[in-house]
Design a protein around this ligand. Structure first.
Ligand SMILES: Nc1ncnc2c1ncn2[C@@H]1O[C@H](COP(=O)(O)OP(=O)(O)OP(=O)(O)O)[C@@H](O)[C@H]1O
Length: 579
């Protein structure tokens, strides 16, 4: 029997409920046995012409049927609850682990494939643990006990039953390797198709613009065909598997019937014994037949188990071993001390010995040409990665010594990539602070220069946004992300190109609001338009992962170095755009 360690591990979260479901399944099996015994006695009574006890015996059979119906209902309910507990627990654990791995992991995998594992794969695990595992335990317990009873009645009947049972249980195992391979191929085809579809849907505007819709459709059809072929190949092996089990069951039952008839004809067993033998022989095979059915129901879980294990054990991100709780009542100093960071596989470091301090309650801007390492610097602060050398500290304590949750709670980030959910404007804002009042929402959106536009929407703050905020303009998305960060009321505000899609008039208005919001917070700002950061208390100039200069706008301009040339280049660009 196939016991996948990943799935038995998942089953542990509902061990009690699963044992309950198994015990109830055992009780259902007992009703089958009681019915078989009562029927055997009734049939032998009929054969003898002794009908006096018949009504009582048939009433007993009826009671067994009714009790079984009740027990089966109870068993299904218990098993469904156990399965759903396993499903919910497993999804929670996987999502928590994905959360710990951080955005860098999701960037390295296909989101559609992860979705297929989390949704469909975990659904398959439910069937495996709630239906297959209890049935497996019953199959291990009931037939051996029945064989003991049969041995007491007619020992030679074992010669027919034992080989047939072993054949029914073990013959399909010859195909397990092949079935496992076919199952894996089927699951991989399914994951790939799911990932391709998601990518095609999300990238539809790009596909249209590139005139690649037809080619993508053809590729998806090809993938669909591959999935169909993988499904048929898996079904073929499954059918052989089921066919072998059925053949062994039927052969065993017929052989047991022949043995019972021979025994009755030779006078070795009584009529009751013969009927009992026939009934018990048939009951021996019932759990095996049921197991074959449940095995196929739970097989999707086995196919997805490797994907689930890969997600659960994926490494990366940062260890969450710190125990310190950050004190977010006041804005902290943030210090980068000889920070060096290498992306895996990169030729040169993205950051190389970066040292500077973003003073508490002040605004520090980080500027530099594209690829200088500005976003990487901010991702180290939120601990999406840890430095290879050096350390980032918050309020004098190494970031790694804080519990991750505690550290991230005090840092509000507005990055270049905004994300909104298919939910109302208010719900999207309240992600930052679930208990925020309507007034607090309005204050945040006013500061981000967005309130009037939201108020003009058909349902105001209750307007449902498209997935990823697709129904908003780029500038509106950025301002909404800004409002969400302001609502979080965190002591550290990180703005990574937070207003790049906002027009200049809007930027000037938001700039004022941001200066207001920055009071009492430590602000780290990245902006390509250097005019937007000229009022920062401190400006750090990065280039090729190294700090080239630090100062305020006036001193850096006076130095006439990289900063001055970036400002000059920006002005020339603006002038060209205006002309
Ligand atoms: N996920 C990644 N894997 C590998 N290399 C990366 C990754 N992200 C960034 N890099 C590299 O690290 C360097 C710094 O990138 P980073 O995004 O921090 O620069 P930046 O200054 O923010 O650039 P921009 O202004 O264009 O956003 C670049 O050479 C970039 O190619």
């Amino acid at each position: 029997m196939m016991l996948h360690p990943e799935l038995t591990r998942a089953a542990r979260t509902a061990r009690g409920a699963l044992l309950g479901a198994t015990a109830l399944l055992g009780a259902v099996a007992l009703t089958h046995l009681a019915q078989a015994v009562l029927l055997a006695v009734a049939l032998s009574a009929i054969a003898r012409g002794d009908t006096g006890h018949l009504p009582a015996l048939l009433a007993g059979v009826l009671v067994a049927v009714v009790v079984r119906a009740g027990l089966s209902w109870w068993q299904r309910r218990t098993a469904v609850r156990a399965g759903s507990r396993v499903r919910v627990g497993l999804r929670d654990a996987l999502l928590e682990h994905l959360g710990r791995l951080g955005p860098s992991h999701v960037q390295g995998v296909r989101v559609g494939a992860v979705r297929a594992t989390l949704v469909d794969g975990v659904e398959g695990v439910d069937a495996y643990v709630s239906r297959y595992l209890p049935q497996l335990l019953i199959t291990c317990a009931v037939p051996p006990l029945l064989l003991i009873a049969v041995a007491a009645l007619a020992p030679y009947a074992l010669l027919a039953l034992v080989p047939a049972l072993l054949l029914a249980l073990l013959a399909p195992r010859w195909w397990d390797r092949l079935l496992e391979r076919r199952g894996r191929e089927h699951w991989e085809s399914y994951e790939t198709l799911a990932a391709d579809y998601l990518e095609a849907l999300q990238g539809m505007p790009a596909l249209r613009a590139a005139g690649a819709v037809g080619r993508t459709r053809a590729r998806l059809e090809h993938r669909s065909d591959a999935l169909h072929r993988a499904t048929v190949a898996k079904l073929r092996v499954s059918l052989v598997d089921t066919g072998l089990t059925d053949l062994a069951i039927q052969g065993g039952t017929v052989a047991a019937a022949l043995v019972a008839c021979a025994s009755a004809a030779s006078g070795n067993t009584t009529a009751t014994g013969t009927y009992l033998l026939l009934m018990l022989a048939s009951e021996c095979f019932r759990p095996v037949r049921d197991l074959s059915r449940e095995w196929h129901a739970g097989y999707l879980g086995v196919s997805a188990a490797d994907g689930i294990a890969a997600l659960r054990t994926a490494e990366g991100g940062v260890p969450d071993e710190g125990r310190e709780q950050a004190d977010w009542s006041i804005a902290p100093d943030i210090a980068f001390d000889h920070v060096t960071f290498h992306y895996p596989g990169a030729v040169r470091p993205a950051l190389d010995g970066v040292t500077f301090t973003a003073a508490a309650g002040r605004t520090t801007a980080v500027v530099g040409p594209s690829g200088a390492g500005k976003s990487t610097l901010l991702s180290l602060l939120a601990r999406h990665h840890d430095p290879v050398h050096g350390q980032v500290s918050v309020d004098g304590v190494a970031a790694a010594r804080y519990a991750l949750d505690s550290l991230r709670r005090g840092i509000a980030v507005v990055s270049q990539e905004t994300y909104f959910f298919h939910a109302t404007v208010a719900d999207n804002l309240r992600l930052a602070r679930p208990d925020a009042t309507d007034d607090a929402l309005r204050r945040a959106t006013r500061a981000a220069d967005l309130h009037d536009e939201i108020a003009a929407m058909p349902d105001g703050y209750l307007t449902v946004l498209g997935e990823r905020g697709a129904t908003l303009s780029g500038g509106q998305r950025q301002r909404l992300a800004l409002a969400r960060a302001l609502l979080a009321d965190a002591r550290v505000l990180v703005l990574d190109e937070a207003t790049s899609a906002v027009d200049e008039r809007g930027e000037a208005r938001i700039g004022k609001a941001l200066a207001e919001a920055a009071r009492g917070r430590t602000c780290l700002v990245i902006a390509h338009r250097l005019d937007a950061v000229r009022h920062a208390d401190r400006i750090v100039v990065l280039d090729g992962g190294r700090v080239r200069a630090i100062g305020d706008h006036t001193t850096l301009m006076a130095e006439n170095g990289l900063y001055a040339s970036l400002v000059e280049a920006g002005r020339t660009q603006e002038a060209r755009r205006a002309a």
